[in-house]
Design a protein around this ligand. Structure first.
Ligand SMILES: NC(=O)c1ccc[n+]([C@@H]2O[C@H](COP(=O)([O-])OP(=O)(O)OC[C@H]3O[C@@H](n4cnc5c(N)ncnc54)[C@H](O)[C@@H]3O)[C@@H](O)[C@H]2O)c1
Length: 305
């Protein structure tokens, strides 16, 4: 099947991807410095794991030794608030980290980079659903660093012929998501309800998001290995729900009597977000397959354990 290297493979999404690729018969190499990821997410007896910073020299040694065919680049500073607190750190990990992946891909003839970008590149939506022709106008350094990385990938293809697919994820949820993670509202609600703590909703709860189950993000990544190339694609469920509806689903699945606490709307929060996935379904021959209730059920089972 081939060799794949996953940066950030001990994180929430990367670990799911590592297991699915391994089940499919790929030789999987995970590189992660465990800054937010955890060894609870992957078993080093099953997956080749290297504790290593993508900005460090050891990363070069690993790529040189394994010579992967493909790199999934997921390692990132993925916290929007942290990016606002610390522009420099965000840019170091997200921009220089991507440049390092590009440099090594050039040096060791990697066939393709599949890059984890974000709907954060769009900023305030001008229309819904947001397609990839929508103007990118990020509202945070995190969005800027993802957008800058996308540009470097496009240039690397033009200048050195390194193929890529950029996947702009919507709001991803599922088992193993860190409850401290930015935007991980499903993880935060599920964890709070399982501990009998009332979850907090910022604003009136009528803001909408199209949550996508992590398994669907994984299948889009895997489809992107062989299909398409040189494109930017949205990956989400395309089915928006309000935060109030989301809470009610979680509450009913978990038979909870819990009620949320409403707090003042957070500055800069987007009211409605929904990605258009039409192009992605065509190019990757992919479609989200996990309905929200099913995905929430799986996620709640995880937090109840
Ligand atoms: N979770 C979402 O809803 C979401 C939405 C859009 C985009 N994304 C993107 O998807 C990717 C994965 O996100 P996630 O939610 O799994 O986050 P995560 O924090 O769980 O995973 C990121 C991983 O990268 C590792 N890492 C960070 N800096 C590193 C470095 N310098 N060297 C090596 N490893 C490093 C962390 O330890 C962690 O395991 C990120 O690029 C993120 O920006 C996530």
């Amino acid at each position: 099947m081939g060799k794949v290297l996953i940066t950030g493979g001990c994180g929430f999404i990367g670990s799911h991807l590592a297991y699915r690729l391994s089940e499919l018969g790929y030789q999987v190499i995970v590189v992660d410095n465990l800054v937010t990821g955890s060894l609870d997410n992957i078993n080093p007896r099953e997956i080749n794991f290297f504790e290593c910073d993508i900005l460090g020299d050891q990363f070069d040694e690993i790529v040189k030794f394994f010579r992967p065919d493909y790199i999934f680049h997921l390692a990132a500073q993925a916290n929007v608030s942290e990016s606002i607190r610390n522009f420099l750190y965000d840019a170091q990990i997200n921009i220089l980290g991507t440049l390092k992946v590009i440099e090594l891909s050039r040096k060791y003839n990697i066939k393709k980079i599949v890059f984890a970008s974000s709907s954060a590149v769009y900023g305030q939506p001008k229309y819904l659903p947001i397609d990839t022709s929508h103007k990118a106008d990020p509202l945070s350094p995190y969005g800027v660093s993802k957008y800058a990385s996308e540009h470097y990938l496009k240039l690397a293809k033009k200048l050195f012929g390194i193929d890529f697919t950029i996947l702009r994820y919507g709001n991803v949820y599922g088992p193993m998501q860190n409850t401290k993670a930015e935007g991980g509202v499903v993880a935060i609600f599920s964890s709070a309800i399982s501990k009998n703590v009332p979850p907090i909703i910022f604003g009136d709860g009528e803001q909408t998001r199209d949550f996508v189950f992590v398994g669907d993000i994984v299948s889009a990544n895997i489809a992107a290995l062989k299909l398409g190339g040189g494109q930017i694609l949205n990956v989400s469920s395309g089915k928006p729900v309000s935060i109030n509806q989301l809470f009610q689903h979680i509450k009913s699945i978990s038979n909870s009597q819990s009620e949320p606490i409403y707090k003042e709307e957070r500055k800069g929060d987007i009211k409605h977000s929904e990605l258009c996935i039409k192009e992605t379904t065509q190019i990757l021959q992919w479609a989200p397959s996990v309905e929200l209730k099913e995905g929430l059920f799986k996620t709640l089972n995880f937090y109840n354990k």
